[in-house]
Design a protein around this ligand. Sequence first.
Ligand code: RI2
Length: 319
Amino acid sequence: MIPDEVIQIARDIKDMRIRGAGEIARAAVKTLGITVLNSKANNVQELLEELRYTARMVINTRPTAVSLPNGIRYVAKKVNDELKRNPTLEELKETVEKAAEEFMVNSQKAVERIGEIGSKRIKKGDVLLTHCNSSAALSVILNAANQNKDIKVFATETRPKFQGHITCKILRDAGIDVTLIIDDAVRLYMNKIDTAIVGADAISSNGALVNKIGTSTVALVAKESRTLFFVAAETYKFSSETMIGELIEIEERDTEEVIDREELEKIGNPKVLNPAFDVTPPQYIDLIITERGIIPPQAAFTILQEEFGWLGGEKEYLF
Ligand code: RI2
């Protein structure tokens, strides 16, 4: 019933061949469009059933990045509004395709806008540090470089999956002066850094950031050495569930990403943990750059209220 292409995208998200919170949201929303294109539904109810099936499947791939359910929720809201008018099957299909396209275009535009807005906060000659690989954070850095601000960037490796290598490649291709460091070298070099800038997988209503494991250490060390700590995040990464006190789940990934079985055996089979994300408290964050403007972390609740009203936590995204 589910198109092969949808199953493949879900797998690619789970195995991180498609990764980055924004990218997985766009891929998830795309599966709704694919579901409609391949639909065998004879009526509106059957189409909704197919969409529900696809939505649940992709939402379950990665639990932390709230952008994923928020992307689905965007399309579901348009569908639910349209249902009030008793649409035909064809009309409803069109609504899904249009809403999915709209989300994908808008989310890409949001990343560009974050780059324009955030780059204004980067000064000529600044030395920046980034952790993992975030298209929103890179948008700020690349925009600043395009304005001839003569910046230098330190990029952490980001164990265990080394997304820092992707960051280095992108920045080097843009001709930027980049230094790759191991994650543990962050404190040694922090006194050389003017601003640390990272992306977000989720932001809670109190302004706490959930991002790649190691981010909270970068923030802590930045605070200690009075280095600025910026977050670049589209507003669809803000978690409405946290408005009613729900916690953001931290994804635990396969421990083989940390150490393979053979090596593990050699060292006496200790237990291994592989959390993909950690939580940075709002008091370590100087500002959050969104496509709507720059906010202090304390304003996260206001963003959520504007975006979702008082419906936080009602899991409205289900069709
Ligand atoms: P953009 C990534 O998660 C990183 O944690 C990154 O900081 C965040 O998503 C945001 O990325 P993962 O998919 O949306 O590598 O800014 O686990 O690209």
